[in-house]
Design a protein around this ligand. Structure first.
Ligand code: CMP
Length: 141
């Protein structure tokens, strides 16, 4: 089982100056950051990243939102990282998220939901490779 997963602090997180608070929450939940950067996704890259949602009605709005400003992708490490991060951030819709989760605390709605997390071990590997080269990951240099 891989110990790593990908998180992205989304444009709403950056714009509301919540980067520090959300990182603090993740560290307190036991995750270790082994790679992190700030980047502004082009529409083309965002479309590639969210290709699985291409046919969904919210796809064009999702691309507008995710390219609105910078994002902060990071690789988080912990035992059971994929499932534990999903639990730590809460449901996609903050109205349905558990008390104390990142989205319950900070997200506005289903789209502007502060943070992305890989939804499976397989996608974690794909998404990590989308944002990071091996050289950018701590302990891999
Ligand atoms: P994320 O975990 O990044 O994966 C896909 C994103 O699409 C999701 O978070 C939301 O930002 C967005 N999304 C998912 N479902 C909806 C929806 N029903 N309406 C609007 N945006 C959505």
């Amino acid at each position: 089982m891989t110990k790593q997963t990908l998180a992205i602090l989304k444009p709403d997180c950056v714009q509301k100056q919540l980067i520090g608070k959300v990182i603090d929450h993740l560290l307190n939940a036991g995750f270790r950051i082994v790679a992190m950067k700030m980047t502004h996704l082009s529409r083309e890259s965002a479309g590639e990243f969210y290709a699985v949602h291409k046919e969904r009605p919210f796809y064009p709005d999702l691309l507008d939102f995710i390219t609105e400003s910078e994002v902060v992708p990071m690789i988080l490490e912990k035992e059971n990282a994929v499932a534990d991060l999903r639990e730590t951030i809460g449901a996609t819709d903050p109205a349905e998220a558990e008390e104390g989760t990142v989205r319950k605390l900070y997200a506005e709605n289903k789209q502007n939901n502060i943070i992305h997390a890989s939804d499976s071990e397989e996608n974690a590997k794909i998404e990590i490779a989308f944002f990071f080269s091996q050289k950018e990951i701590i302990d891999n240099q």
